[in-house]
Ligand binder design. Sequence first.
Ligand code: PMP
Length: 288
Amino acid sequence: MSTKIYMNGQFVDREDAKVSVFDHGFLYGDGIFEGIRFYGGKVFRMKKHLDRLWDSAKTINLKMPISKEELGKALYETCKINGFTDAYIRLVVSRGVGNLGIDPRTCGTPQVIIIAQALSLYPKEFYEKGIKIVTASTIRNPSDSLSPRVKSLNYLNNIMAKIEAFNAGCEEALMLNHKGDVCECTGDNIFIVKNNRLMTPPINACILEGITRNVVLEIAKELGLEAVEADFTRHDVYTADECFLTGSAAELIPVVAVDAREIGDGKPGPITARILSAFGEFVKNDDN
Ligand code: PMP
């Protein structure tokens, strides 16, 4: 059976799921998206994802053509029709079909597309041994140009940094903001641990406010660990006891070296392991 893709209220076969070359999502990256996990038949943190999508839409001045309730139902239907109980869901909203110029007023109704697929995560080895990352010379978009809080279809800023990572033989790149503070990685938020205290950059440090990041902050609280949102620099990363990344696709991945500096003893740390195991339990029981 061919995968069914949700396109503007209808389900179409994967082969027929096509968008116009005049869609401004294609022409200009004019649109927004969400990457969501479906765990055990439940859309994880659905309300938070929908709220973030609506916030992204507000900032780019796009009027959502569907209600949150309808879209929530569509997420479930897409997983159901494809027979998934666990999946990765990509929800895309593009500005829609318009003229060749950038003028968004020429675009008709925004397109709403939902793609659910089986998980293709990082290899198991990355979780067991951790990954090595490098700092990219490409800085994260300053909030005043294109706020990283908008999960926009224009990911070139991140892609440029990701290419730097690959060129350096790494899987991920650390991005700094225009002030030189640590920001996030190209598709994940970052945490460091020092003296049993967790630290992650605040939302005004030019980051995407990750759903997984916020879950980790909740878990830390439940475990009685101190966790703060504060600006920090690469010096703090190099000298941290532990470091890990968070994201809907990756969940939580240990980082064992940054710019060839070993983090801690160069192995995934005990607090990272504690949070990772708590995360597994959390997603099973979460009702948010
Ligand atoms: N930062 C960026 C730039 C991202 O693209 C993502 C999502 N892939 C994240 C952080 C993590 O966000 P979330 O936990 O909501 O997936």
